[in-house]
Design a protein around this ligand. Sequence first.
Ligand code: PGA
Length: 224
Amino acid sequence: MKKLFIVANWKSHKTTEEATEWLTHMAEGREQRAESEKHKDVIVCASFTLLPAMKAFITKHNLPIKLGAQDVSPFEAGAYTGEVNAEQLKHFVEYVIIGHSERRNYFGETDEMLSKKVQRAKLSKLTPIFCVQGKETPIPEEVTVVAYEPVEAIGSGHPDTPEDADEVAKTIKKQHPTVQYVLYGGSVTAENVKNFTKMSSIDGVLVGGASLDAAHFDQIIEKA
Ligand code: PGA
C-alpha cells in the first residue's frame, strides 16, 4: 500500500482555543481512526501563533499528527522584522508549505524568493511542501514533496478532474527526478478525496476549507 500524505492547510484561521478544540476532537476519535491512519501521514499546517500550544497538546496526548508551517523566512536569524525563520520553526514543525498561490499572488513571492525559502527550510531539516500551480511552475532542486494546486480549483468547489491531476503529477515526477511525492490540492472534501488518492501518481491531498471542521477532516482521513 502506498504512503499517503493528508495535509490540512488552515490558512489564516483559528485561535489557540479553536485549534485546541479541533485537536481534542481528533484525540477523541483516535481509536476509530487507528486502522485507517496506517500508511497515512497526517500533517496540520497552522498559523505560527498556534504552533506552540498545538505541539504541546500533540506531545501530551501522543497524537499521530505532525505539524507544518505555512511559510518560512528566506533569511536566517537577523534584522528581518516580522519574519519567522526556519531555525525558530524547527522546534515545532517538520514540514513547511512554500509557494502557495496565495503567497505568490497577495504577497508577491517570486520563484527566486521561494527557492531561498526552500534552501533555508532544508538547512534546518524541515521538509518543504512546495506548491505548484501547473506543470510549468519551476521547482527548486532540493524539493521532494510537491502539491499541485490549480488556482481555479482553490476554494471554488470545483476541483480538477482526478485524471488531469494524475497526469500533471506523473509529468512532474518525470521532469523532476528528485520529487518523490505529488499531492493534489483544490476543493478536496471527504466526498471526493478517494477519487484523487486512488490515482497511481497522486500521493495525498492538501486540504484547505474542508480541514477546518475536525469531524469533516476525520472523514477525509478515513475515506482517503
Ligand atoms: P481548498 O484550499 O481546499 O479550500 O480549495 C486548498 C489550498 O489552498 O491549499
